[in-house]
Write a protein that binds this ligand. Structure first.
Ligand SMILES: NC(=O)c1ccc[n+]([C@@H]2O[C@H](COP(=O)([O-])OP(=O)(O)OC[C@H]3O[C@@H](n4cnc5c(N)ncnc54)[C@H](O)[C@@H]3O)[C@@H](O)[C@H]2O)c1
Ligand SMILES: [Zn+2]
Length: 349
């Protein structure tokens, strides 16, 4: 597979290569001369892959220490971050050293945030090990932690120095977590690339693994273009939120328990498409999501979900942006008041 060069304010490469984790030390040595780093990982990924990464770092003379936290979104908070800073400090990382995020989006978001703020910013390298992290969170430079008041409320833009995607690591994902990432892959096809959508739609949860490198490559390349055009999320980047307005509402309505992010996004894309796209587009989307065991609807009535779409649940005059794909492969940003959005979604004139 080819590398992808992301030309943001600080350009970097995304290496997409089966088995790349074994050569991580080599790739990393090409982007930094530092020989000291901290690997940040969760307990599950650490057990599976930290030794392989460590061996490769040692081979290239890079000294490292490993910070391990309990897996899951519940760890993405200020307490884990504080322990992480302490670890970076006690290992004596300097401004020219770096951290490596080895894991899913939770690890990447937190390690990126730590790297963006520790000593006012040190380099970090992403080694994403979930499909979602490979095609979405590891590229684009958004980092964050959650507060009790909401998800991703504190963060910085901090582009990585390098991203290494090894699709072999996806083999150990549970089918649910793998399929969660497929929802975002379907989203990329919907917003930008009909032929990517067709590629995904012509496979299922098992057979997609045969072409997963191509899927990862094409999704990242779409994200690259969008991020290059709008690095700091002031316009076009919004199209990446297709399915997310209702998706987040579904996740929140179920207290972030019954629905994963990808499942929420899948159902969210369907709700919007049933309202704003043709029956043909909507049917194709639903049948594609079905093959990846992703939901196309939610038990909750749309009227129960709509209050969660607004930042302020009572403010009906608030403006809302939402994304519509009238055709597969092209996205439009629509803007209206919350009141109008509710009317449209509930099918009232
Ligand atoms: N920064 C961004 O642009 C961006 C974009 C999308 C999502 N996100 C964030 O990403 C997070 C979700 O990411 P995620 O779904 O990767 O979550 P995650 O990091 O929690 O990973 C999901 C689970 O999979 C396990 N896991 C990871 N890799 C594995 C592997 N190779 N084999 C076996 N198990 C493995 C993890 O231990 C965890 O239990 C959310 O916090 C979300 O806010 C950020
Ligand atoms: Zn998403």
């Amino acid at each position: 597979m080819q590398n992808i060069r992301v030309n943001t304010s600080k350009p970097y490469d995304v290496v997409i290569q089966r088995g790349a984790l074994n050569d991580a030390g080599k790739y990393i040595s090409e982007v930094t001369s530092s020989k000291r780093c901290v690997i940040i990982t969760d307990d599950i990924v650490g057990r599976l892959y930290a030794d392989t990464l460590g061996r490769s770092l040692t081979e290239y003379g890079i000294e490292y220490s490993t910070f391990v936290f309990p897996n899951g979104e519940a760890s993405k908070n200020i307490h884990t971050l504080s322990d992480m800073y302490d670890h970076l400090c006690s290992f004596g990382l300097t401004r020219t050293d770096f951290v490596i995020a080895l894991g899913g989006g939770v690890t990447g978001d937190m390690a990126g945030f730590a790297a963006g703020t520790f000593l006012r910013g040190i380099q970090y390298i992403q080694i994403p090990t979930t499909l979602l992290a490979q095609i979405d969170s590891s590229v684009g430079g958004k980092t964050a932690i959650d507060l009790t008041g909401g998800k991703n409320l504190v963060g910085v833009f901090k582009q990585p120095a390098l991203v290494i995607c090894d699709s072999d690591t996806l083999d150990t994902l549970t089918p649910e977590i793998f399929s969660d990432g497929m929802a975002e892959a379907v989203k990329y096809g919907m917003i930008r690339d009909n032929s990517l959508f067709e590629l995904i739609a012509s496979h299922d949860l098992d057979s997609i693994k045969e072409v997963i490198d191509e899927v990862v490559y094409r999704c990242i390349d779409i994200k690259r273009v969008v991020v290059e055009n709008d690095e700091f999320d002031n316009g076009e980047r919004m199209i990446l939120n297709f399915g997310h307005t209702i998706g987040h509402a579904i996740e929140a309505h179920h207290n972030y328990t019954n629905y994963t992010h990808g499942q929420g996004v899948a159902a969210g894309m369907c709700y919007i498409s049933r309202r704003f796209a043709s029956e043909d587009v909507s049917n194709k989307l639903e049948s594609c999501l079905n093959s990846y065991k992703l939901p196309i609807t939610d038990d909750a009535d749309i009227s129960e979900l709509l209050p969660y779409c607004s930042k302020d649940k009572k403010c009906q005059s608030e403006n809302i942006n939402f994304i519509v794909c009238e055709e597969i492969g092209s996205a439009q940003i629509r803007k209206c008041t919350m009141e109008e959005f509710c009317r449209l979604m509930e099918g009232k004139q």
